[in-house]
Design a protein around this ligand. Structure first.
Ligand SMILES: Nc1ncnc2c1ncn2[C@@H]1O[C@H](COP(=O)(O)OP(=O)(O)OP(=O)(O)O)[C@@H](O)[C@H]1O
Ligand SMILES: [Mg+2]
Length: 255
């Protein structure tokens, strides 16, 4: 990867299991800071499992086991003294399926900041507005902030979830197929947003859309069957991949 950038994450010998099912197999990876890294690979190869390792989100899954290290800014996130709640505030995850809380639009966005102790109404109002603007949904919801978030369309719910993640000012944003429920117009808004985010954040995005990976990412990681086959600068992965498996996948000859 681009050696000029600092590493946000260093993954060392990462293995993961659901019960006896070994789904991530001895992976090493460096994720550049303030860059966009795309994770690609066929369905079931372990992308979601891998991205959830970056903010301890797999901790909630019964039977999940992990070995190896995920080092974030010098600290192994799986050391016993690390508080997973703090990890998730610093490293936000937007899921494949939008998952708004059954609360108002306003309360969805204010949830994280309130957890961080912010009570001042003017401050909360301003966080809610700026987060919804950053996620390109403000104009659609500004007149119904007190309405339930569950009444929004799927694409709107996904942008709301992105806004909710941004509201706590994380350092890293993990996006697991954030555009799979969006129409082309909303997708391009989100892509624009993702590209803008990298000025201030490290972004990791799972996508099945090769054009999207090419458009938004600096670096790309190709997974197959739980193993990182190849990783590097996106332009190299897409124009001169080193491995035949990578080439077959990105050209659609896979399978
Ligand atoms: N909660 C879970 N419990 C048990 N097995 C799981 C769980 N989540 C995923 N798996 C299994 O782990 C493997 C990797 O799944 P994962 O969801 O990480 O793949 P993926 O690359 O994100 O796939 P997709 O592109 O379809 O989203 C699959 O075999 C899947 O069935
Ligand atoms: Mg997935």
């Amino acid at each position: 990867m681009n050696q000029q950038n600092n590493a946000a994450f260093e993954v060392e010998s990462l293995n993961a299991w659901y019960g006896d099912h070994h789904v991530l197999k001895d992976n090493d990876l460096r994720i550049d800071s303030k860059c966009i890294t795309a994770l690609i690979g066929p369905s079931g190869c372990g992308k979601s499992t891998f991205i959830r390792c970056f903010n301890r989100m797999n901790d909630f899954i019964p039977n999940f086991k992990l070995s190896g290290k995920v080092i974030f800014e010098g600290q192994d996130l799986y050391q016993p003294q690390v508080d997973p709640i703090e990890v998730r505030l610093r490293i936000g995850l937007v899921f494949q399926k939008p998952n708004p809380f059954p609360k108002s639009i306003y309360d969805n966005i204010a949830y994280g900041p309130r957890l961080q102790g912010i009570k001042d109404r003017t401050k909360l109002d301003s966080i809610v507005e700026s987060s919804l603007k950053k996620a390109a949904i403000w104009d659609e919801v500004k007149d119904k902030l007190k309405k339930s978030a569950l009444a929004l369309s799927g694409g709107q719910q996904q942008r709301l979830c992105i806004a909710r993640t941004l509201a706590v000012e994380p350092e890293v944003i993990l996006l697991d197929e954030p555009c799979s429920a969006l129409d082309p117009a909303a997708t391009s808004k989100i892509e624009e947003l993702i590209i803008n985010l990298k000025e201030n954040y490290t972004v990791i995005i799972v996508t099945h859309n090769m054009q999207q990976a090419g458009r938004v990412s600096d670096n790309t990681v190709f997974f197959f069957n739980g193993v990182i086959v190849e990783s590097g600068e996106t332009k190299n992965i897409f124009t001169k991949p080193l491995k035949k498996q990578t080439e077959d996948y990105i050209t659609g000859r896979f399978g």
